[in-house]
Ligand binder design. Structure first.
Ligand code: UD1
Ligand code: UDP
Length: 363
């Protein structure tokens, strides 16, 4: 049986791994390597437990520091691990520092790489994710795109011959786990004091973790002041990156309409997406989930991440400023039920089929 090393490190990668690993293990010996980038229970273990992802074979325990420090340490360690494991292929997801470090380690050892969620381009190297994705797409032997627009970016960069459209494993996950929700998922959401949160009947769901929005008071507070003036409370599970800033700002400004919580598990998150009036986020995953659920979304970023979600105004960009966010939230989106740009929910199967063809051709 051929061996595949799947490398993950951050929350959205665990979610993609959950659906892909299930298919992959039918045919391959999978070794899961967790870099350690995300390490809190509610940023890592909870996903492995509730989504039935096999326990990682290795955890490298590397997190924090500057981008260079984190990526460099991962590169050194991953090279050692790949030399020991000698996989036939390295499987990578998305655009985190873990993804790029693994791509550099593998390509230098001449181990082929399959990159899932290849091809997104934001148009700015100021975004660390853009750098990670470009490096990974160009070093990979197999680039698997979620959407037509991602495939077009790959073709424009001369990568068309090794690129294929497979659909979005986040859509697979959304369909698979939505069918398994029991209604109790949001009962265990905790506030910062460890007390259970009682969800209001109506609420907005917000997530916000990008360094662009959370590294200064001004931007995060611009977003908060918009949410504070809405007609229902906002439920905001806070990423550990900006836990302290969020807590301090809400306390200093005496905000009453923003419910800060600890990060939630995947099932609770999609339950919140499904139950929310509208969604405000800077997350690549949450803006797609809003689209899957037919919920209006405002994305607080300067650049489009998933152009498909913007059709009909279902998702709009806003600056991290009160008036802009409120104006975008007040607009009327038009959802087209027949428009399904993220595939048919069988992207994991297509990913494994593409890997089969690639490895069979290598002999
Ligand atoms: C990373 C990814 C981003 C992705 C996000 C998903 C990069 C460059 N960024 O951003 O693409 O959208 O994950 O959530 O790889 N921290 C904790 N506990 C944890 C995890 C992080 O305290 O469990 C702290 C770290 O110590 C660090 C900060 O949060 O100081 C930021 O974490 P990091 O992994 O560098 O970046 P993310 O913002 O999570
Ligand atoms: N998510 C979660 N718990 C949270 C916030 C988000 O499970 O407290 C889920 C969310 O539903 C989506 C994924 O995490 O499936 C998105 O990850 P994140 O926003 O961290 O990264 P991005 O998608 O921006 O790379």
């Amino acid at each position: 049986m051929k061996k595949i090393c799947s490398v993950v490190g951050a929350r959205p990668q665990f979610i993609k791994l959950a659906v892909v690993s299930r298919e992959l293990r039918k045919k391959y010996r999978e070794v899961i390597i967790h870099t350690g980038q995300h390490y809190d229970y509610n940023m890592s273990d909870v996903f492995f437990k509730e989504m039935d992802i096999p326990v990682p074979d290795r955890n490298l325990g590397i997190s924090g520091g500057t981008h260079g420090q984190m990526t460099g340490q991962m590169l050194i360690k991953l090279e050692e691990v790949f030399l020991e494991e000698r996989p036939d292929l390295v499987l990578l997801f998305g655009d985190t520092n873990s993804t790029m470090a693994a791509s550099l380690a593998a390509v230098k050892l001449h181990i082929p790489i399959c990159h899932v969620e290849a091809g997104n381009r934001f148009g700015t190297l100021e975004s660390p994710e853009e750098v990670n994705r470009i490096v990974t797409d160009h070093t990979a032997s197999l680039d698997l795109a979620c959407t037509e627009s991602s495939l077009e970016f790959l073709e424009r960069e001369g990568l068309g011959e090794k690129s294929y459209l497979v659909g979005d494993p986040m859509y697979d996950a959304f369909l698979y786990y939505s069918r398994r929700l029991t209604g109790d998922e949001t009962c265990e959401i905790l506030d910062f004091s460890g007390n259970k949160v009682t969800l209001p009947r109506e609420y907005y769901y917000m997530t916000c973790h990008r360094q662009e929005n959370t590294d200064t008071d001004e931007k995060l507070d611009g977003i908060f002041s918009a949410m504070e003036s809405l007609d229902a409370p906002t439920v905001y599970p806070v990423h550990p990156r900006n836990h302290d800033r969020a807590e301090r700002l809400c306390s200093e400004r005496k905000y009453k309409n923003i419910i800060l919580t600890e990060p939630v598990g995947y099932k609770a998150s999609i339950a919140l997406v499904n139950g929310a009036k509208k969604i405000v986020t800077d997350s690549g995953g949450v803006q797609r989930e809003a689209f899957f659920a037919g919920k209006q979304c405002v994305t607080v970023l300067d650049f489009v991440v998933w152009p498909e979600t913007m059709k009909g105004g279902c998702n709009r960009l806003a600056k991290p400023e009160r008036d802009d966010i409120l104006e975008k939230l007040a607009s009327e989106p038009v959802f087209d039920e027949t428009y399904r740009p993220f595939g048919d929910g069988r992207s994991a199967e297509k990913i494994v089929e593409r890997i089969d063809c690639f490895l069979a051709a290598r002999g």
